[in-house]
Ligand binder design. Structure first.
Ligand code: 3PG
Ligand code: CO
Length: 555
């Protein structure tokens, strides 16, 4: 019979304050000029690495270790925080969609049948991120879905693209649009009226997250649903090329555009009777649009028109809100997360980050579940992020504010677990600005110091780790690791995450003297952290959790 009660750890005491720090986008890589963590002044993280070898190690943060389809898949915050919080490895959205497409099961599900009702008399709209990044979506999945929808009766299809440049190289949008245009041309040869209807850069159009800035979603709504945008083109390829040629322009921040016919009329607004699919499998940057598409009552911006449509997500993005209510593929069922166990075992938790990563240490950590398990035992604090800027402009972000909140929570004595995400390495790393990323890494390191100092004062324990790599490698490399140059002889900046492992360090005055990292685990990963943290709280982890990273020697 199932019970939430965790067994006592035979050797480790209860009642310690544990700080769990996730450095977002902080991997381990060979030191060179494109390793911003190496370039930055990071005395705190350096001292952990140079400290006791049995209390610092590397763990895997990409590929199958975090439930992604292949070892070529870089890590990301969703799968990283899921693994950290849930202590087990789940086949993630990317993989589940692959399987559903390969088996054809996607076309037999309730979600597909629901959108199919619009195929006879309406238009099918596909909205989402156009790249092969594999973090939020994948081009090959879109290609298969387009073909599958056509095979299953869609007669009129409109694609609303969001250009990437964040999970893939900047400038790659052009090639992805060409590939998509080829596919759409093939559909047109089959008599299907298929074309791109609108577009924009993911960070400026549609893909905001955690309700940081609804204007981003509104810009997308205007283009996708209303067919209105400041830029009008008759071809998406021309749109992307021309808009990219503007000064300071890049894929992530392309302004919204609509495709118009020869009379200047938008080719694909969303109207009553249409079907819409948001093709991203990852939730955080689609759930705001999902609310706008699904909720009758909605006051975040003026939708002007709220068409009666059949809307489905590629996945259900929020299991608690049941949003969207229709979806093509069932999301991973991440249950019994460490957070839920710990509240049932009397652990009081404080979690904090700034807006752009707030859901990472709460929603993703808790298995894609919004809200508290038990508001009496948990407190989640969100520090508002700066809006309307790219973070290379303010690379320190709110790192110190987050650390100060954590410090107060640690010293208050009210919490057993104080968990934060420090966004700098990742958010600034994604801008591709090397100098700013160096500043970002230094700020994150200073924040770690504040938290460790508080733990020293409180007699607690710290666990410092990361969710995936980013800032440690800012250049695209060949197979031998040599930086690659573009046609103009300039190095190709890597804005994306990496395949690198991440560090984990444990310590603090509350750590029992015999605790050390085990040597018998061959290639542990992020999913091994949950059991480790449970042990440090004085509990054994559930038997189906990935094994703990630590052992306790008698000293
Ligand atoms: C983003 O959404 O910002 C990137 O695609 C992935 O970054 P994250 O996984 O670190 O959030
Ligand atoms: Co990132």
């Amino acid at each position: 019979e199932f019970s939430w009660k965790l067994a006592d750890h035979p050797k480790l005491p209860k009642g310690k304050t544990i700080a769990v720090v996730v450095l977002d986008g902080w991997g381990e890589a060979t030191p060179d000029d494109f390793n911003c963590i190496h370039k930055a002044d990071t005395p705190t993280m350096d001292s952990l690495k140079q400290g006791a070898p049995e209390r610092w190690r590397l763990i895997k943060a990409h590929g199958t270790a975090v439930g992604l389809p292949t070892e070529d898949d870089m890590g990301n915050s969703e799968v990283g925080h899921n693994a950290l919080g849930a202590g087990r490895i789940y086949a993630q959205g990317a993989k589940l969609v692959d399987l559903a497409l390969a088996s054809g099961k996607i076309y037999e599900g309730e979600g597909f049948k629901y959108i199919q009702q619009s195929f006879q008399n309406g238009t099918l709209h596909l909205i989402g991120l156009l790249s092969d990044g594999g973090v939020h979506s994948r081009l090959d999945q879109l290609q298969l879905l387009l073909k599958g929808c056509a095979d299953h009766g869609a007669k009129r299809i409109r694609v609303h693209i969001l250009t990437d440049g964040r999970d893939v190289l900047d400038g790659s949008s052009v090639g992805f649009v060409e590939t998509l245009e080829n596919d759409l041309a093939k559909l047109r040869e089959r008599g299907i009226d298929a074309q791109i209807a609108s577009g924009g850069g993911r960070m400026y159009v549609t893909m905001d997250r955690y309700e940081n800035d609804w204007e981003v979603v509104k810009r997308g709504w205007d283009a996708q649903v209303l067919g209105e945008a400041p830029h009008k083109f008759t071809s998406a390829l021309e749109a992307v090329k021309k808009l990219r040629a503007e000064p300071k322009s890049n894929d992530q921040y392309l302004p919204p555009f609509v495709i118009v016919d020869e009379n200047g009329k938008p080719v694909g607004p969303v109207v009553d009777g249409d079907a819409v699919v948001t093709i991203n499998f990852r939730a955080d940057r689609m759930v705001m649009l999902a609310k706008a598409l699904e909720y009758e009552d909605f006051d975040k911006f003026d939708r002007v028109r709220f068409p009666k449509i059949h809307y489905a997500g590629m996945l259900q993005y929020d299991g608690e809100l049941k949003l969207p209510s229709h979806y093509l593929v069932s999301p991973p069922e991440i249950d019994r997360t460490s957070g839920e166990y710990l509240v049932h075992n009397g652990i009081r938790t404080f979690a904090c980050s700034e807006t752009v990563k707030f859901g990472h240490v709460t929603f993703f950590w808790n298995g894609n579940r919004s809200g508290y398990f038990n508001p009496e035992k948990e407190e989640y604090v969100e520090i508002p992020s700066d809006i309307g800027i790219t973070f290379n402009v303010k690379p320190k972000m709110k790192a110190i504010e987050i650390a100060e909140k954590a410090k107060d929570a640690i010293l208050s004595g009210k919490f057993h677990q104080v968990r934060v995400n420090l966004p700098n390495g990742d958010m600034v790393g994604h801008t591709g600005d090397i100098e700013a990323t160096v500043v970002a890494c230094k700020a994150a390191d200073e924040a770690v110091k504040i938290i460790i100092d508080a733990i020293e004062q409180a007699g607690g324990v710290y666990v410092i780790t990361a969710d995936h790599g980013n800032a440690e490698d800012m250049v695209k490399r060949d197979k031998k690791g040599k930086p690659l140059l573009d046609k103009n002889g300039k190095i190709q900046i890597l804005t994306s995450h990496t395949l690198q492992p991440v560090p984990i360090a444990i310590g603090g005055p509350g750590l029992a003297p015999g605790v050390r990292f085990r040597k018998d685990l061959s290639t542990p990963g992020l999913a091994n952290v949950a059991a480790t943290v449970m042990n440090l709280h004085g509990f054994e982890a559930p038997s189906d959790y990935e094994p703990t990273l630590i052992e306790v020697l008698d000293v």
